[in-house]
Design a protein around this ligand. Sequence first.
Ligand SMILES: [Zn+2]
Ligand SMILES: [Zn+2]
Length: 321
Amino acid sequence: MTTDCSPRIGLSLVAVFGLVTASPQPASAGGIITRDVKPRPSFPDNERILHRYFGCYSIYDGSPLDCRFTLDVLGLASPPDVAGNNGGHSHSPGRPLSLNNAPLEYGADANPAPYGVTGSALSTPPRTSAQVKHVLPEVAGRIATDALVETPYGWSCVSRCYTRTSWRFNINYDVQVRELEELPSPGANGPYTRVRAPDSNHLDSVAFFGTRFAIQYLKLVAENYSVLSGKTLSVNDISLLKGGLFDINADWAMPHKSHRDGKDADINRGNIGCDQDHALRLAVDMLLNPVTTPNGNKRSALLCESCKDGTKCRKHVDLEP
Ligand SMILES: [Zn+2]
Ligand SMILES: [Zn+2]
């Protein structure tokens, strides 16, 4: 990558590179300034947009220089077959790396690839640094990126350089709901079991994750239910280990519009439909406050959802507001 560049005596360069931070920094004594990147983007939506900035500055007077850059979203971090990187989705074809597969946004992108951007620092307003916008997907995972920033002709890099005329940044970021915990496998005769249909796309080991509050309350609901009915609570999906879209059909789409943030769980029907399971209703209502619906009404935290036969048989519990 070394180019034939004869550095000008006394000229040097500072690059600014960062995520989520807006203002370029004034030049300091020779070197690259890296503002701390936000390393763990998360849901919900208001944290889902990442901005990455590229800029180069003279260390003499702080004036911006027109450095070229490329940014590529490479895919999942390696190895992509571990849950910490793929978010618990063992299936890979078609995985979105941005919301609805939208391309990275940059005003003067010279690269037609959707997840690759090429430009230069002064080609778009405010003409001090280039800003690339990445709207993160609803699917959790660790996304790998590679960025190369090159000095203008005749200038050289003086600190943290990749070559004498460039910097390079390999950054992975986690798209996730933070700090979800697993509902433990119950011991023998525990008040609940974990039961899902075979699903090689989302293994059982990644499908029983919730917030600390939700997991604690689910255990308490199970204990209440056991006392009231003498039955074991059979727990189905909660959320994936890093949250986000839980596409039970492995199609990167609905139907699980909930089950994204570790706050709700499905209970298996067993041999009694939701609207008949009075013990479960009581076990839930004893512990959990009613849920306020979007139109302002209140309902039980136990939601009976429709089955194909038209009955309200499916059991869904909102464990945390
Ligand atoms: Zn999936
Ligand atoms: Zn549900």
